[in-house]
Design a protein around this ligand. Structure first.
Ligand code: 4NP
Length: 156
């Protein structure tokens, strides 16, 4: 089983959107049993809360379930437990390195690095931009490219 953890700052806008999108994608491809998917935030401010209203709207618009998704803060144990820790932006990467005392290795990656010819390398934070549409489209292409990369690597 391939274990993937999506990370953003608050775990209410971007990473729960990526978690829900990726779960839906692997479900459509019949790959659900091959994965364990979760998301978490760098901060704990929204612990226990469902995704932001804007994230919920985009997911509903696209018929993607976010049932059971609640915000939580990343723990040190997550660094051992997951095969891939997928950050939304460079700031998340810096925070992840600090949190793990620089013990992050190849498993800590950035979502949009998987997308070829993508000039935007960080998923903008709609908590500040208000643009959930732009964020959704970037997460969509990032998750599709991430899955393709994992399918090649793990021959699934
Ligand atoms: P996210 O957005 O990292 O995409 O979930 C944020 C949500 C909340 C806050 C920051 C970013 N906050 O400071 O409360």
């Amino acid at each position: 089983m391939i274990k993937v953890l999506f990370i953003c700052l608050g775990n209410i806008c971007r990473s729960p959107m990526a978690e829900a999108y990726f779960k839906d994608l692997i479900d459509k491809k019949g790959l659900t049993n091959q994965f364990f998917i979760d998301s978490a935030g760098i901060g704990s401010w929204h612990e226990g809360k469902p995704p932001h209203q804007g994230t919920q709207e985009k997911l509903r618009e696209n018929n993607i379930s976010f049932e059971g998704i609640r915000a939580r803060q990343i723990t040190l144990d997550d660094f051992n437990k997951f095969d891939y820790i997928v950050a939304m932006d460079e700031e998340n990467l810096i925070d992840l390195k600090k949190l793990s005392n620089n013990k992050t290795d190849v498993k800590v990656v950035k979502l949009l690095d998987f997308v070829e010819d993508q000039l935007i390398k960080n998923v903008p934070d709609p908590y500040y931009t208000g643009d959930f549409n732009q964020t959704y489209h970037l997460i969509e292409s990032g998750c599709q490219a991430l899955l393709e990369s994992l399918r090649i690597k793990y021959h699934i």
